[in-house]
Design a protein around this ligand. Sequence first.
Ligand code: UDX
Length: 442
Amino acid sequence: MRITMIGTGYVGLVSGVCFSDFGHDVTCVDLSEEKVARLNAGEVPIYEPGLDSLMARNVAAGRLSFTTDLAAAVDGAEAVFIAVGTPSRRGDGHADLSYVMAAAEQVGRALTGYAVVVTKSTVPVGTNRAVAEAVRRAAPEAEFDVASNPEFLREGAAIDDFMKPDRVIVGVESERAAQVMAAVYRPLYLREFPVVTTDLESAELIKYAANAFLATKITFINEIAHLCERVGADVKEVARGIGLDGRIGNKFLHAGPGYGGSCFPKDTRALARIGQEAAVPQTITEAVIRANEATKARMVDKLRDLVGGRFNGKTVAVLGATFKPGTDDMRDSPSLTVVPALVGGGATVRVVDPQGRREGEDLLPGVTWHDDPYEAAAGADLVAILTAWNEFRALDLPRMAEAMATPRMADLRNVYAPDMLRDAGFEAVFVGRAPVERAADG
Ligand code: UDX
């Protein structure tokens, strides 16, 4: 079947490439001439493991192409996906729908036969109806339906998430649209991944509820971690102990420096806003947003305490700038809170990140970038692990400690066992576990 994907950002590009790998004939559309030229030259503008080879394979097979010509791409397509950005609007936290609405209108003008206009972007409840109205206004005679098909991709695991989803959510209003969406996802039906077909509003809300729930779970364990530090418990033990209860589950219970990324911060803010507008405040989600900010700020205090109360004059090696491993994405990363506090406090900051440098150079002024964690740690007063990249999970700790001015480690992802750090000569702090005190001199 013929599919059009509007928007070649993260979700659009991954979805377009994966649909073409299902065997569909996919045209991806983007406004940016430069981006389309790069894609046509085989360049993948984002870092996502496996995406480049999958893209090359499907382009070579003639199933995947890129264009700026929206009208030509929509002509004859059975499903037109809108996967443009919905950034948080400045000031009020609401999702900015101007790109979605502009795309809907252009699609309306370009429709030549029946098509399903599918919104993949994460949009507030009611947006699909607004999309339908925008298409209708642009093309009063057109035959079309709308569908809501939110995406649950995790950066760094996006291809696997797309090909082997826990579930696919499809919100529709007509049987005809349901059939087109069934055809889009037929390769998954064959492998028996559940496809939940529901109404438009439920589909829209499922996405926000899922992300807010996951953000809540992380924030819950982060608060418990803080309590663990006060009462002498170990959050890893607590997480394991509660996670074995099948009703709770062990995933997303890793305490850390706070959640970041392109989804959780934006979607929790948007859900809070949707709740306020509906006069049903989402008090839990609102508390999660505040608690996550507090968690990030608490990391700064932790680092400051570890270096004796002042950053001034200290050299700090920060390992990890991206919001999680396997991505080059810096959006709402805890590093954006921690690093400016270090720099502002007068520290000399060296940052190591396997993928974050390109984006991070603008976002983190006043630091130097290094490729090698040992080089960054040499002569430093503190090493802070902010992102659990594999590159930082098996460090030669004695070698690192030896090279530092004072061997101190803030392991904000609880990568290392306290004993390992103690044996290597580190003074160390974690999230939700007892610190490793400084070894007595002599
Ligand atoms: C998330 C959702 O998982 C995905 O379904 C949705 O479509 C988009 O948002 P993503 O932002 O790529 O995906 O990353 P994810 O792996 O979920 O991690 C989000 C943040 O939570 C990261 O900052 C991560 O470090 C943090 N996290 C996650 C924790 O601190 N602890 C955990 O146990 C899990």
